[in-house]
Design a binder for this molecule. Sequence first.
Ligand SMILES: C[S@@+](CC[C@H](N)C(=O)[O-])C[C@H]1O[C@@H](n2cnc3c(N)ncnc32)[C@H](O)[C@@H]1O
Length: 269
Amino acid sequence: VLNKVRKLFSPELMSSGFPRALEIGAGTGYFGLNLKLAGLIDELVCTDISPGMVDVLNQHAAQLGLSNVSATRADAEALPFADKSFDLVMGHAVLHHLPDLAQSFREFHRVLRPGGRILFAGEPSRIGDRIARYPKRAAGKLGPYWRRAVRASPPPAHAPAGSAEEHDHSLEAFVDIHAFVPSDLEKIAEGAGFDPVSVRGEELLANWFGWFNRVLESHADPQDVPMLWRKYAFHGYLLLQRVDRRALEPTLPPSIFYNLLLTAQRPTP
Ligand SMILES: C[S@@+](CC[C@H](N)C(=O)[O-])C[C@H]1O[C@@H](n2cnc3c(N)ncnc32)[C@H](O)[C@@H]1O
């Protein structure tokens, strides 16, 4: 999580940190709680539209022994907070779920103090997603041969029709509302009054490698996937993440990466 933030914020900003941060669509706390643990934030206010997520997040914060963390149910389009009351508004994998992005960004701008920042990571890239279909398709064709090579049994039967799992998958198309090109995010942020605005791309080779392996593995019973293969997939992914971070992300256009990262500032008067 900290590596994502380092891609967007200067070393000075990372060391000064943020006195008060608001997380949008915080889910079970993966993003904000890790940043709080890393010491980047003093007071963390987490929000999510789902009361169930808010309960789980509160439990996680208590299990981690974190103080100065609260979680509240709130819709990103109507935030129940005072104007200019946060130094940072952030989120991970949430913007693509928000129906009215222009209204949500106006709310982010309203609750930020002048000079404050927004940071959003893990947003789906429309072109990056299309490119990732090629390794997925290739692995789909090679999967049966790979399974025989590692001597694995076929996977257990899929979720039965009408089961809760099948219902969850069928809802994905309704909740994943947007996929972005960088200029979409830039225009929305600028339209709400942010300046400057910056969008970066994240994960290319690591993502292709990850999808290729995941689709291969979906052809086998998870219990039969050999440990040596798991180590290769895990360490290979980490190695390619480093190649992406050091060589590709600073040079190639953001639009071809799998995820987009956005940061912007509320200007000072
Ligand atoms: C893909 S999850 C990401 C959760 C978490 N940020 C993470 O990365 O693990 C998206 C989250 O956004 C929340 N969400 C969806 N629409 C929302 C809205 N209008 N306002 C606030 N949260 C919303 C969902 O309830 C869900 O917890």
